[in-house]
Write a new protein. Structure first.
Length: 255
């Protein structure tokens, strides 16, 4: 068995995935057309590490996960991360219980940054007010400029998030496809694109993610209009363009 096979089996047994193919699909969502081999990967809000560790098993040079939920304690997510690392025999992956703002990468620069359903939690208070508050936009602008500062030239950022624009939100109804989503804590991908462009990112590509039952419809279902009636989830990919004022201000514990 390959390391990837071991990880997928582990995710079924330890993380509750219904099958190895479902686990693979979950992990691959953050690698659209991207081969992890040889890359230095940072996963922000890594949880139990499934997505980043998939990259490690597929040959990434180094994978770093950040899981602030575990800050100050040996959290369950980091424990699960370390169980998976041990099970797969990985030596190229590690995780830290800090936020992106607290993380100090030293001299390392990343080729690929992954964020699954976490961009709105980088500064949740500011996210809620982004469209109305210049101060909130400035706070996110600083986060994204600092992020660009720890990425190598041409590095890729891939994130997924729910969009505030939804049929269910418009009618103040609970979304049956995503009943726990709090729409006021999300923004549309256009808001993130504008902020990321100002921070030195470019080449945006947005894909709308749809429930499995609708996937045979292809582009007829995978668009913003249909997404507004289902998950309202999208995947945004951009590259560090090198034109922004990329920098890094260390805010916390050094690696």
């Amino acid at each position: 068995m390959t390391k990837t096979d071991v990880l997928l089996q582990h995710l079924v047994e330890d993380a509750g995935f219904r099958s190895e193919s479902a686990a693979r699909e979950y992990c691959r969502t953050l690698y659209p057309g991207i081969d992890p081999k040889g890359r230095r990967i940072l996963e922000v809000g890594c949880g139990d590490g499934a997505i980043g560790l998939y990259g490690a098993c597929e040959g990434a040079e180094h994978v770093v996960g950040l899981e602030p939920e575990a800050a100050g304690a040996y959290g369950e997510n980091l424990a699960a991360f370390r169980r998976a690392v041990a099970k797969c025999g990985l030596t190229n992956a590690e995780a830290f219980p800090v936020t992106l703002q607290e993380f100090d990468p030293g001299a390392e620069r990343f080729d690929l940054v992954l964020m699954r359903a976490v961009v709105n939690h980088l500064d949740e208070e500011a996210c809620i007010e982004l469209k109305e508050s210049p101060e909130a936009r400035a706070r996110y602008g600083e986060i994204f400029r600092n992020l660009a500062g720890i990425m190598s030239p041409g590095a890729r950022l891939v994130l997924t998030d729910g969009s505030r624009h939804s049929f269910w939100n418009l009618l103040h109804l609970r979304n049956p496809f995503a009943p726990t989503i709090e729409y006021h804590k999300h923004q549309s991908p256009r808001v993130w694109i504008a902020l990321l462009r100002q921070a030195g990112f470019a080449g945006e590509k947005v894909d709308w993610l749809v429930p499995r039952a609708l996937r045979p419809l292809g582009p007829l279902a995978a668009n913003e209009a249909v997404g507004g009636f289902t998950w309202s989830k999208c995947r945004l990919g951009m590259r560090k363009s090198g034109r922004g004022k990329a920098r890094w201000r260390a805010g916390g514990p050094a690696r």
